[in-house]
Write a protein of this length. Structure first.
Length: 252
């Protein structure tokens, strides 16, 4: 397997993201990926809180000098211009709710075999939890981690939900206008490696147990970032739907 080299266009966009975040938010990045893991492979598992947080995460990765390949929805790859950029950057297409979604597992596995850093959202969607805590995760990321042995680093973020609304032109414009004036603090923390060593990949329910540990770890890293908002978020997006169907209850 030929080691993966970060495309120049992706390195440029990591810097561009910081320029995009600056006018609408104050980015605060803490933590890091341990030096011994930087050569890869490594999986970065992040909570998903809003449509702006991929840009915030990209900017944060630029701050700590990481260039992960993003696991992104297939819709982005089908979009004009954006799709071409995503492919040029080496990002990985996830065709959710389609027959070929399993192909993404092979693509991510191959990326890890090439020593890449891979970043994804184990929840599989923007959280609909009323408190905006991480939801119960999908098992895809955990299955890959167990199969490849790649370490999983828990990454937590908070504040990006104040920059852009759930959907629609009007709500998005209003949210961005508000953010331009207030410049909310967006916090991103690169946390600890998730300990999956006690899970036998061949045992029944292994993927779900590993997924729960990953979500638990993200939740633990998130708590200090929103210490002033322990139950409900201070800012509530009026157009974001709410659901408790996938509520996750941490083990501790």
């Amino acid at each position: 397997m030929v080691p993966w080299r970060v495309p120049r266009v992706w390195r440029v966009l990591l810097g561009v993201a910081r320029g995009v975040v600056g006018p609408v938010a104050r980015l605060r990045v803490t933590g890091d990926v341990p030096a011994e893991l930087r050569a890869g492979p490594v999986i970065l598992a992040v909570n998903h809180i809003g449509p702006f947080d991929p840009i915030a995460i990209t900017a944060a990765c630029g701050v700590v000098r990481l260039a992960p390949r993003l696991m992104a929805t297939g819709g982005l790859f089908r979009a004009p211009v954006v799709g071409s950029v995503m492919r040029a950057c080496g990002h990985i297409r996830i065709n959710r709710r389609q027959a070929n979604v399993a192909a993404a597992v092979d693509d991510v596995t191959a990326a890890l075999a090439a020593g890449s850093h891979v970043l994804g959202y184990p929840e599989g969607r923007i959280t609909l939890d009323p408190g905006m805590w991480p939801e119960r995760g999908k098992t895809g990321m955990a299955r890959i981690a167990l199969a490849t042995g790649a370490p999983v680093v828990a990454v937590a973020q908070w504040g990006a939900h104040e920059v852009a609304a759930w959907g629609g032109f009007g709500p998005t414009v209003r949210a961005l206008s508000r953010a331009l004036v207030r410049r909310p603090v967006v916090r991103v923390h690169f946390g600890a490696v998730v300990n999956l060593s006690g899970i036998d990949p061949a045992s029944p329910g292994a993927a779900q147990r590993a997924t729960d540990l990953i979500i638990d770890a993200i939740t633990a890293e998130l708590r200090p970032l929103r210490a002033a908002e322990p139950r409900l978020p201070r800012y509530v997006d009026p157009v974001r739907p709410l659901s408790v169907q996938r509520r996750h209850r941490p083990a501790s």
